[in-house]
Design a protein around this ligand. Structure first.
Ligand SMILES: Cc1cc2nc3c(=O)[nH]c(=O)nc-3n(C[C@H](O)[C@H](O)[C@H](O)COP(=O)(O)O)c2cc1C
Length: 461
């Protein structure tokens, strides 16, 4: 099946072409030559202040691969991938994993246009960049690692940063202690020294969302979840040098073995916290195959406290946590992970007419539900949690620090937060809801005057 423009609905270029047609101002081609190191990071950070468009670097140090960056730097692109308005994004996302669909194995696909094995495997063929002065080396960032549970064969897909340590060698980090980390521990307990992996670099955003970012039960196959996001089976081809099936429409795939006892040098790396992070599990991957489209994009994620690295963390967790909180607390109306909290460590939660004490329960649940969260501000639903000024106004006018604040000490936290203590951290709850009802009256205007103002005042610019 191909899309109207000749591309398959599960490929990245299909999405890009459609997005550029509907949002021409949000895609910028950088034709000037840029260096392999630092330039793309600096250009992307500069463009963040100019609307954060998608960037296609057409000449990175003379590489044959155009470099695609900042695809995930604005919510409008997430909404476009899901086919909804930006305001509907979080609710829509939360429902997409309800009906997983099993993948479909096909004979061949464009990812097999070029197959490099044995002595042909050389990571130097790819425009792998150094992003920050403090980084330990050149890093792959848009790397979705697909691995299988060593016991059950269930597939997990998750992002892991990768430092180039040789033509076939990558140092990697499983610091978020999620499912791949659990697979690795299980494999070691079974006496295995390695796990086969396929690393997907560049794919349709719905694969990124449904497989790479999805955090659900460990027993759920994430290719099935990706199928649920597509509303159709994910098309896969058999791996060439390993047993892991790979998405047929991917731009680039690295095949290899995750070495469980490597103790490999890896880091520092400029992380989403805004700091160079040394903390790593020091795993390694030995690359056995490189598969790519003939005209592949090298799709990268500009790391650090960039719009896209932080939003990727935030949007997926807003959707997941909103749904999780509502199971016990249907009055929860919205969850926002603001950029000021790196889109991961701070959560703003709104609730409609909470019962006495309910805001505290909700805040505690939000903390328990996502180990990275260290501050929760709960507000009433007249406050827009996406508008930080409104949230801080609620703190200013509805919160007293002696009665409306709680601290949970020595809890497990985000390991990359440089202020934590060996992985543990304090968690702060701020209840900025109105504790008495009725509360002080907000000032209001008659509807007719608001309407008149709308017709009189034209937006500038
Ligand atoms: C851009 C990006 C980079 C990431 N890098 C890492 C990493 O280097 N190591 C890690 O353990 N987690 C990293 N993560 C987090 C995990 O990939 C993420 O928590 C994932 O959803 C885990 O999936 P799982 O719950 O199915 O295991 C990264 C996430 C993003 C969005």
């Amino acid at each position: 099946m191909t899309g109207g423009n000749g591309h398959h609905p599960q490929d990245l270029r299909h999405f890009l072409a459609d997005f550029e047609a509907s949002h021409p101002d949000e895609v910028v081609r950088v034709t000037a030559p840029v260096d392999l190191d630092y330039d793309a990071t600096a250009v992307t950070f500069a463009y963040e202040k100019a609307g954060s468009p998608v960037l296609i670097f057409e000449n990175v140090a003379g590489s044959r691969f155009p470099v695609l960056a900042n695809l995930f730097g604005r919510r409008s692109r997430y909404a476009a991938a899901l086919g909804c308005a930006p305001g509907e994004l979080i609710e829509r996302w939360g429902n997409l994993d309800a009906a997983p669909i099993k993948p479909r194995r096909v004979e061949t696909g464009p990812v097999l246009d070029v197959v490099l094995t044995g002595a042909e495997v050389d990571l130097g063929r790819l425009p792998i960049m150094r992003h920050f002065l403090e980084d330990g080396g050149a890093y792959l960032t848009n790397t979705i690692v697909v691995a299988q549970d060593p016991e059950t064969g269930v597939r997990n897909a998750s992002f892991h940063r990768m430092q180039v340590n040789g033509p076939t060698r990558l140092g990697t980090s499983l610091h978020s202690r999620r499912h791949l980390w659990n697979y690795a521990r299980k494999a070691r307990a079974m006496g295995l020294g390695e796990l086969p992996v396929a690393v997907v670099i560049g794919c349709h955003p719905l694969f990124t969302f449904g497989a790479g970012l999805w955090k659900g039960p460990i027993g759920t196959d994430e290719y099935d979840v990706a199928g649920g996001f597509f509303g159709a089976p994910l098309e896969v081809v058999a791996g060439v040098t390993g047993p892991v099936d790979v998405p047929a429409q991917a731009e680039i795939v690295l095949e290899g073995r995750l070495l469980l006892d490597a103790d490999e040098d890896e880091g520092p790396f400029g992380e989403f916290t805004g700091y160079a992070s040394e903390r790593s599990t020091r795993h390694a991957i030995e690359v056995t195959g490189i598969l790519h489209r003939g005209d592949a994009y090298y799709h990268t994620i500009i790391p650090g406290i960039s719009d896209e690295h932080t939003l990727l963390l935030g949007v997926s967790q807003e959707a997941r946590q909103l749904k999780a909180l509502r199971v016990q607390y249907p009055a929860v109306t919205a969850v926002h992970y603001p950029k000021s909290g790196t889109c991961l460590l701070h959560a703003y939660v709104s609730v409609k007419d909470p019962a006495p004490g309910e805001a505290r329960n909700i805040a505690a649940a939000a903390i328990g539900d996502n180990l990275s969260v260290k501050l929760v501000v709960v507000v009433d639903d007249d406050v827009d949690v996406y508008d930080e000024q409104q949230v801080l106004w609620a703190v200013c006018t509805r919160f007293q620090a002696d009665t409306d604040l709680d601290v949970i000490r020595h809890a497990m936290g985000a390991i990359l937060d440089p202020s934590n203590d060996n992985g543990t951290t304090a968690k702060l709850i701020i209840d900025a809801t109105c504790k008495t009802r009725p509360y002080a009256q907000r000032h209001t205007l008659p509807g007719a005057s608001t309407e008149k103002a709308r017709s009189l005042v034209r937006p500038r610019g």
